[in-house]
Design a protein around this ligand. Structure first.
Ligand SMILES: Cc1cc2nc3c(=O)[nH]c(=O)nc-3n(C[C@H](O)[C@H](O)[C@H](O)COP(=O)(O)OP(=O)(O)OC[C@H]3O[C@@H](n4cnc5c(N)ncnc54)[C@H](O)[C@@H]3O)c2cc1C
Length: 259
């Protein structure tokens, strides 16, 4: 079985975002693999271990920004492909899905393409569905469990986890699947895995290598603003005894119409 797992590079989740003259900055924050994508890598590795097969990590990003791919390789992915082209600066989801689709088709013969649920920086959760549509493959979103995967019969059954219900879905292969965190904890890269990943070589494909023109973007960001900052006032409740402090707290909550 051939599984492609799409991984994105994002700023460290502990980083603070600022907006300066409409430009987003995460300062000097290191880049990490999008945390949601670790669940997709974990699922891909388990499926390949069960069924036999290979896992290929695919990342669209700036050349030299390798953290997502290295992390997927360190977790155990067999190989990786990076797609990078200066013409893709500021590309929107539609453009990104066209490029990922071309790369998936160039890799060829995939049974499954796995995605994370969403990216933590731009956060649309749209790319898995858009890519499935372009590939003309079924799209199975928010998957927390692979009930059965049978490439021989071209069949897959998954459990989709929504907030208030689970839904078992049967579909055909090849398919695009987005994996939720309910799938289960992703493994930590092993020391050997990290060493192997640090020496790994993989192709970096440009748009010309994919044989496609620069896809046009339909959505631009004419303005980006920071969320309105809320002023938080902290007050220490004074009192001689716990009862006195509790009484004072209740009076303040009533005065503020919280109670
Ligand atoms: C400098 C910069 C400028 C941008 N300008 C614009 C703009 O003008 N207009 C606009 O609409 N968007 C813009 N974007 C956003 C960009 O288009 C999105 O990051 C991209 O389309 C992916 O969408 P998403 O992050 O919402 O992914 P989601 O759909 O939330 O991600 C879902 C899953 O898709 C996969 N995935 C996401 N991104 C990648 C990737 N790059 N490689 C491999 N797999 C991936 C991961 O598995 C992820 O879990 C810009 C981004 C940057 C960094």
């Amino acid at each position: 079985m051939k599984i492609i797992v799409c991984v994105k590079q994002v700023p460290d989740t502990a980083a603070t975002m600022t907006v300066d003259n409409g430009a987003i900055s995460w300062g000097d924050a290191p880049l990490i693999i999008n945390p949601w994508d670790e669940f997709a890598v974990e699922a891909a590795l388990n499926l390949a271990a069960d069924q036999g097969g290979e896992v290929i990590a695919l990342c669209l990003g700036k050349e030299g920004e390798t953290e997502a791919i290295k992390h997927a390789l360190a977790m155990g992915a067999d190989s990786a492909v990076m797609v990078s082209d200066p013409a893709l600066e500021g590309a929107d989801n539609v453009a990104a899905s066209k490029v990922l689709t071309a790369a998936i088709q160039k890799i060829g013969e995939a049974d499954l393409v796995l995605f994370g649920q969403q990216s933590v920086d731009t956060d649309t959760g749209l790319l898995p569905v858009q890519t499935a549509r372009l590939l003309k493959w079924p799209s199975l979103t928010l998957v927390s469990k692979f009930e059965s995967v049978n490439p021989g019969d071209g069949k897959i059954q998954v459990l989709r986890s929504m907030e208030e219900a689970g839904q078992v879905v049967d579909s055909s292969l090849p398919a695009v699947v987005s994996v939720t965190k309910d799938y289960g904890e992703p493994r930590y890269p092993s020391f050997m895995g990290i060493r192997k990943a640090s020496k790994a070589e993989y192709p970096v494909w440009s748009l010309a290598d994919l044989g496609i023109e620069t896809p046009s973007s339909s959505i631009v960001w004419p303005e980006v603003t920071e969320p309105v900052k809320k002023e938080i006032v902290t007050e220490i409740i004074e009192g001689e005894t716990p009862e006195e402090k509790a009484k004072s707290l209740v009076e303040k909550l009533i005065a503020e119409k919280v109670l």
